[in-house]
Design a protein around this ligand. Structure first.
Ligand code: OSB
Ligand code: MG
Length: 370
């Protein structure tokens, strides 16, 4: 049964992070998210846009995502007659780029649709697990002592994989520190966020002795051929993040040998339905995947955990517990149990933001009526 969308609410929230998150492209102290609510003739649905405050991880940024959503995306959805969630990507395809904005709108419509049907995100996407293995992404630290302390804390919390953010000049020492201190049994990876070039092969090869489970996105997003070349020069398996923007780009990257693993972020590929297609392409090619993270609130996390329950998500994801990010999340906290998070089972994303948290963290609300 098609659902009619009456209005979209664009809500900006700003939530302090428990600890600053430093990557090769910058330091975040807050999560500035755009939440989208789809009001329909049935239940309302929630979406979370993962665009960051600044266009440093990708060209999108939250003010831009909000503007393109209001000015160009929502009018196209209103012009369509009661579009199902499965039609949203097609309706928005003429607008170039902005996958995170598009993905958030699709998520809101999908959540409304699934709540109306009484079906969970996991059921709709094809989840085969009730709980998912979780890793944690560790920002660049100022000292080896602080790094060891933080990793110790995360391992005692139960995380099954440690991912270290690296950048030129802050790479091999951090990896060595953690590998030597915690031993060979630790599942350890590194994420460069595109901070290297093929001129840095020596620095990347210096990571080889530490048998990383993967090296994530060493080169520029558009340098899939460069990753294929690098793969012949280093022993760390390459995982792509920024380079994978669609199922098509995943198929291409795999076909040229640019990666052995793919990190799937729904926002980066334009939504959860495209994310499932990326998953399927990877599964057909025996390329394992894991669910990336963008410091989501509980709203985005709920959907990520559902996605991570699909069969080819065989590696622990960046789906960490609420307390790794926030003192207070927007939803009831996601709590790690034996290194796993439970896949929500209720209709839609299966969680609801708490009125008190929304009140505390909302910085603006705009209602756009049909
Ligand atoms: O490259 O995976 C990334 C956060 C923001 C932008 C890019 C990335 C990340 C993370 C954090 O690594 C993952 C998380 O815990 O949400
Ligand atoms: Mg990454």
């Amino acid at each position: 049964m098609p659902i009619a969308i009456d209005a979209f609410e664009l809500r900006r929230v700003r939530i302090p992070l428990v600890t600053p998150f430093r990557t090769s492209f910058g330091t975040d102290t807050h999560r500035d998210a755009l939440l989208i609510r789809a009001f329909t003739n049935g239940p309302a649905g929630w979406g979370e846009c993962v665009a960051d405050l600044q266009p440093l991880y990708s060209p999108e940024y939250v003010d831009g995502a909000s503007q393109v959503t209001e000015r160009y995306l929502i009018p196209r959805i209103f012009a369509a007659d009661a579009p199902p969630a499965a039609a949203i990507a097609g309706i928005l395809a003429r607008v170039q780029g902005h996958p995170m904005a598009k993905g958030a709108l699709e998520m809101a419509v999908l959540d409304a649709e699934l709540r109306a049907e009484g079906v969970s995100f996991g059921q709709r996407l094809g989840a085969v697990r009730e709980r998912v293995d979780c890793g944690v992404s560790v920002g660049i630290q100022d000292s080896p002592e602080r790094l060891i302390d933080l990793v110790t804390e995360y391992l005692s919390a139960g995380y099954k994989r440690i991912k270290l953010k690296i950048e030129p000049g802050s790479d091999v020492e951090a990896v060595r520190t953690v590998r030597e201190h915690f031993g060979d049994g630790l599942l350890l990876s590194a994420d460069a966020n595109a901070a290297y070039t093929l001129d840095d092969v020596d620095a990347l090869r210096a990571l080889d002795p530490f048998h990383l489970s993967m090296l994530e996105q060493p080169l520029a997003a558009d340098d899939i051929p460069g990753h294929a070349q690098l793969a012949t020069q280093i022993s760390s398996p390459i995982c792509l993040d920024e380079s994978i923007i669609s199922a098509r780009s995943a198929a291409f990257a795999i076909s040229v040998g640019a990666c052995k693993i793919i990190n799937i972020k729904p926002g980066r590929v334009g939504g959860y339905l495209e994310a499932v297609k990326v998953h399927d392409v990877c599964a057909a090619n025996q390329i394992p995947v894991w669910c990336g993270g963008m410091l989501e609130t509980g709203v985005g996390r709920a959907a990520n955990v559902a996605l991570a329950a699909l069969p080819n998500f065989t590696l622990p994801g960046d789906t960490s517990a609420s307390e790794r990010y926030f003192l207070e999340d927007l939803t009831a906290p996601f709590v790690l149990e034996a290194g796993q998070l439970a896949v929500p089972t209720g209709p839609g994303i299966g969680v609801e933001p708490l009125a008190s948290s929304l009140r505390a963290f909302t910085t603006s609300v705009t209602l756009i009526r049909r």
